[in-house]
Design a binder for this molecule. Structure first.
Ligand code: GDP
Ligand code: GDP
Length: 455
C-alpha cells in the first residue's frame, strides 16, 4: 500500500540521523571567472533530483550541502561574491585563505585556457602554507583539444591537474570520486572539541556592536586561549570561557579580537568570517546595537545563522545608551525586521556595564536544548493527525493532499519529513511549522520541514 511504501522510505531516511555529525567541508577557490560557481552548480544539480523541498531557502549563500555516492558534504563557494575591479590581486588569495581555513579539502580551480596567472601563483603559495589536501581543477577543458592546456598546469606543483569542464560536466564524476577519497567522514576542523567537549558558540554581529567587549566581559580573568587545532594559522582561534561552572568554547575569536579594518570588500570578509564561525559553532549569539537602527547587515547575519541551521540567541547590546524613545522604535523595528525569528531568545545587555550579561547563559542553554530536541514518532503523528483533522489542506483541482506520516529525520537542528499524497502549498507548510512550534517549542532553534510527495 501507499503507507507501506512511505514507511520503506522512512527507514532509508532514518540513516540520515547521521546529520548529527558535522559534515566535512570542501572549499572551492580560484580567480574570478575560472568557473567556480559553474562547478558548484554542476555538483549540486545532481542532488536536486531528490524529491525534497525545504521552504524558504532561496538566499545568497556561501555554503551548500552536496551529495555524491551517498556521502554528504558542505561546499563553500567563494564564486558568488562580486569583487571590485580594484585590488583583486591581493584579495583573491585572501578570500581563498579564509575559505581554506574552514575546509577539509580544497578545490583550486584554474582556467586551463588562460593558464596559470600571477594571482594563481599567489593562491598556490597560500595553499602550500595551509597544508590542506588540494585538488587542482583545470577547468574549461571542454574537449580533447584542450587536454594539453590542462597538463601544462603540472607546473604549479600541486600534482596532477584534473581536466574538467564544469559547464558540460566532462570529468566531473572522476573529480567527485577524488573528493570523496580525500574527504574525512566527519569534518576534522569542525569536529575539534566535539564529543562531549564544551559546546561551541559563535559571537556574531557587524563591526562595533560590542563582540569583543562582550567576550572580554564574559571571559574576565578566566580566559584560556586555545591554539588553532588545524594548525594552519598563527592566531589563536578559539577561547574557552567558563559560564555557570562549565567551559564553553567561543569559536573563531581571532577574527573578533584582531581589529581588521578592510576598506574594500569589508562586507564580503565579514560574511565569510561569519560563515567560518558558523561552520564550527553549534549556537550563534548575534549582537545587535540597540542604540541605533537595525540594519540590513544585522538581518543578513541572522539569516545566515538560520541557513546554517544553528541555534540562535539575539542580544541587544549597549542597553546603557537607551532612552524611552529609542526603546519604542527598537521594538517596532524588531517587529518589522526580525519577523522570521520570533522564536529566538533575547537578552538586553550592556557589555560595558555588565548589565544582564548573566542572561546569556540560560538563553544559550535553552537554544541548545531545542536544537537537540527529538520528538518521538508516535507523538509527532498524534499531533499531525489532530492538526490535519482540524485544518485540512485546501482542496485544489478536485484533490486534497493528505499527510500520510511524519518523522523527525534528524536533530541539530530538528528536521521533519512529512510524507504526503500530494504537493503541500507553501502557506500550508508554514502553517504546519507554526503549529509544530506552538506544540513543541523549539525556542532558539530553526526547524526544517520538508515534504516528500507520493504520487
Ligand atoms: P567564477 O567567477 O569562478 O564563479 O566563474 P563562473 O562559474 O561564474 O564562470 C565564469 C564564466 O566561465 C561563465 O561564463 C561560465 O559559463 C564559463 N565557464 C565555466 N565553466 C566553463 C567550462 O567548463 N567551459 C567553458 N567553455 N566555459 C566555462
Ligand atoms: P566589535 O567590533 O563588535 O568587537 O565591538 P567592540 O567590542 O570593539 O566595541 C565597539 C565599541 O562599542 C567600543 O568603543 C566599545 O567600548 C563600545 N561598546 C561595546 N559595548 C558597549 C555597551 O554595552 N555600551 C556602550 N555604551 N558602548 C559599548
Amino acid at each position: 500500500t501507499e503507507e507501506d511504501r512511505a514507511l520503506l522510505d522512512i527507514e532509508g531516511f532514518q540513516d540520515e540521523q547521521r546529520t548529527e555529525v558535522v559534515l566535512p567541508v570542501v572549499a572551492i577557490v580560484g580567480r574570478p571567472n575560472v568557473g567556480k560557481s559553474t562547478l558548484v552548480n554542476r555538483i549540486l544539480r545532481r542532488r536536486e533530483a531528490v524529491v525534497e523541498d525545504v521552504p524558504g531557502v532561496t538566499r545568497d549563500r556561501v555554503a551548500y550541502e552536496a551529495e555524491w555516492s551517498g556521502r554528504r558534504f558542505t561546499i563553500i563557494d567563494t564564486g558568488g561574491w562580486s569583487i571590485d575591479a580594484t585590488g583583486i590581486h591581493l584579495r583573491v588569495a585572501e578570500q581563498a585563505e579564509i575559505a581554506v581555513e574552514m575546509a577539509d579539502v580544497v578545490l583550486f580551480v584554474v582556467d586551463a585556457k588562460v593558464g596559470a596567472t600571477d594571482d594563481d601563483e599567489a593562491v598556490v603559495r597560500m595553499l602550500r602554507r595551509a597544508g590542506k589536501p588540494v585538488i587542482l581543477c583545470a577547468n574549461k577543458v571542454d574537449d580533447d583539444r584542450f587536454e594539453a592546456d590542462a597538463m601544462a598546469l603540472w607546473n604549479l606543483g600541486l600534482g596532477e591537474p584534473f581536466a574538467i569542464s564544469a559547464l558540460h560536466g566532462r570529468g566531473s564524476g572522476d573529480l567527485l570520486d577524488k573528493i570523496l577519497e580525500l574527504l574525512p567522514e566527519e569534518s576534522h576542523v569542525a569536529a575539534a572539541g566535539q564529543e562531549g567537549g564544551p559546546r561551541r558558540v559563535a559571537l556574531l554581529g557587524r563591526p562595533n556592536v560590542g563582540k569583543s567587549s562582550l567576550l572580554n566581559k564574559l571571559a574576565g580573568q578566566e580566559r584560556v586561549v586555545v591554539d588553532d587545532l588545524a594548525g594552519t594559522t598563527r592566531d589563536p582561534v578559539d577561547e574557552l570561557v567558563e559560564l555557570g561552572g562549565k567551559p564553553w568554547r567561543f569559536v573563531d575569536t581571532a577574527g573578533i579580537r584582531r581589529r581588521v579594518h578592510q576598506t574594500q570588500g569589508a562586507d564580503f570578509y565579514a560574511s565569510l568570517r561569519t560563515q567560518a564561525a558558523l561552520e564550527k559553532a553549534e549556537v550563534a549569539v548575534v549582537l545587535i546595537d540597540a542604540g541605533t537602527a537595525i540594519t540590513e547587515q544585522d538581518i543578513r547575519i541572522v539569516q545566515q545563522v538560520i541557513d546554517a541551521g544553528r541555534a540562535l540567541v539575539i542580544v541587544y547590546n549597549k542597553w546603557d545608551t537607551m532612552d524611552e524613545e529609542r526603546r519604542y522604535y527598537l521594538e517596532r523595528e524588531i517587529e518589522r525586521e526580525l519577523v522570521q525569528v520570533p522564536w529566538a531568545p533575547r537578552a538586553n545587555i550592556s557589555a560595558r556595564t555588565g548589565r544582564h550579561t548573566d542572561k546569556l547563559l540560560p538563553a544559550l542553554e535553552t537554544a541548545l536544548d531545542s536544537w537537540d530536541q527529538r520528538i518521538p514518532t508516535a507523538r509527532l503523528n498524534a499531533f499531525l493527525g489532530e492538526v490535519v483533522a482540524a485544518h485540512p489542506h485546501p482542496v485544489r483541482g478536485g484533490k486534497q493532499p493528505r499527510i500520510l506520516f511524519g518523522t523527525q529525520g534528524g536533530t541539530r537542528p530538528p528536521r521533519f519529513v512529512l510524507f504526503a499524497s500530494g504537493f503541500l502549498e507553501a502557506g500550508y507548510r508554514r502553517f504546519l511549522e507554526r503549529r509544530l512550534r506552538e506544540e513543541f517549542g523549539f525556542e532558539g532553534s530553526p526547524i526544517e520541514v520538508s515534504v516528500r510527495v507520493r504520487e
